[in-house]
Design a protein around this ligand. Structure first.
Ligand SMILES: *Cc1c(COP(=O)(O)O)cnc(C)c1O
Ligand SMILES: [Zn+2]
Length: 428
């Protein structure tokens, strides 16, 4: 099976361009990467994956082995693992791996680090995918980019589209997108269409538009976006190893369309293929969803081969309010083959985790806090053992959703314009 953790390096097919090609994960059909625009397999409509004749080693990321033009940090440090050496960059990646000692203590694991993707240029990990995706769009010669979004993809697409001098179109579920995200899409000059439906309906429509040649689709269905998102996995492995002399046992992450789950798994698979990472060192990928939008969790817990679409989804964590995770066929093997699992958490558990992170100085939006809420639950249920070294991914910045932050935090206290009165208030 092509998505096995120990799949061998493949020989380069005739359709490959400089060692890069697209391959269907269902039927194995191979395609030239940049000749035509396609998002899924012509033969069976399966998901496509970018494949390399030479998967990257850690040495090719370091100062001696790096692509000559590659910077020493950020997404393009990992040019050896990407289809191009350079992209439309703001620049992105190189996010912190925070220590959170009090939170580690209260959850009760051996080590806990927080990979804060909210520190990317537009405040979410989507930038890592867009820097590659927009570069591919340039290669294909398209002039209009589009996506459906719960908010962050639209903010990133708008910013990277603007940077690349391209027109952008975003479809958002009406009334369900956090204020900061719409503000970004708007100021970066995307054309914003508010659909009277949920995210999944927006994606259905934008896929139809893309199929009719109206725009180039940059949702995570687009296999090139996941290439950029692999670099989250590379950064976690490199930094954790540097700090602790070993790799983390587990990575816990929020799941919406399961693009990150698929991308991290692909990063690890390619390092294993290249002989740079031992299969036993691959972290257990552990997905977290909100109770009101948990189709992946349902599939993992039932041992199902496919995810069943949920028609009605609801959660305060709007970034993961998704009923039909399009990357599930790539992500399910990722969770299973690494020995990971998936769990759902309530909105209240998410908000509590958001407060817990904030108390360590780490400000995240609700969806991001799902990873920490999920870890706490897994430890308390004895599914994650207390001797594990864990990295939780936090996907977006606190300022993305100011309303949720206000609701989770304390209200300002009105005081008179007078020092004595202020003191009296403080002491009362
Ligand atoms: C997009 C997004 C997610 C979901 O990520 P997937 O890769 O689709 O699973 C989670 N959190 C935030 C903040 C996001 O913007
Ligand atoms: Zn196919």
């Amino acid at each position: 099976m092509s998505l096995a953790l120990t799949a061998p390096v493949q020989t380069e097919p005739a359709c490959a361009d400089d060692g890069v090609w697209l391959e269907c994960i269902e039927c194995g059909e191979q395609f030239a990467p940049f000749d035509d625009i396609r998002y899924t397999c012509d033969e069976c409509d399966g998901l496509l994956e970018v494949r390399y004749a030479n998967p990257p080693t850690f040495e090719e990321f370091g100062s001696d082995g790096r692509v000559e033009t590659a910077p020493d940090r950020g997404v393009w440090r990992y040019a050896a693992s990407l289809p191009f050496d350079e992209g439309i960059s703001l620049p992105e990646g190189d996010t912190p791996l925070h220590e959170v000692p009090r939170l580690r203590e209260s959850i009760g694991v051996n080590r806990l680090r927080i990979k804060h993707e909210g520190m990317n240029p537009t405040g979410a990990f989507k930038d890592r995918g867009m820097t590659v995706g927009v570069r591919v769009a340039k290669e294909l010669g398209v002039d209009r980019l589009a996506c459906a979004s719960t908010g962050n993809t639209s903010a990133a697409l708008a910013a990277y589209g603007a940077r690349g001098g391209m027109e952008t179109l975003v479809l958002l579920p009406k009334g369900k997108v956090a204020a900061g995200k719409i503000a970004q899409a708007s100021l970066h000059n995307a054309r914003i269409l508010e659909v009277d439906g949920n995210f999944d309906s927006c994606l259905d429509i934008v896929q139809d538009l893309a199929a009719r040649g109206e725009a180039y689709l940059l949702n995570s269905l687009n296999p090139f976006r996941l290439e950029g998102q692999k670099t989250i996995g590379f950064e976690i492995l490199e930094t954790f190893y540097e700090d602790h002399g070993k790799y983390p046992d587990r990575i816990v992450l929020p799941v919406g369309n399961a693009g990150n789950t698929a991308a991290l798994y692909k990063a690890f698979r390619e390092l294993v293929q290249a002989g740079s990472l031992d299969p036993s060192d691959v972290p257990k990928l552990t997905g977290v969803q909100a109770e009101g939008a948990a189709p992946m969790v349902e599939a993992i817990q039932n041992g199902a081969d496919e995810v069943k679409r949920w028609e009605h989804v609801e959660t305060r964590a709007t970034a993961i309010r998704i009923g039909n995770p399009v990357n599930a066929p790539k992500a399910l093997p990722g969770v299973r083959n690494t020995g990971g699992t998936a769990i759902s958490v309530t909105d209240d558990e998410i908000t509590q985790a958001q407060r817990d992170l904030a108390a360590e100085g780490v400000g995240v939006e609700p969806a991001s806090a799902a990873s920490v809420a999920g870890l706490r639950k897994l430890v308390s249920e004895g599914i994650v053992s207390t001797d594990e070294d864990v990295v939780c991914l936090t996907t977006g910045h606190l300022l993305k959703d100011p309303d949720a932050a206000f609701a989770a935090g304390d209200d300002p206290e009105p005081v008179p314009n007078d020092t004595d009165a202020v003191l009296e208030h403080l002491h009362s």
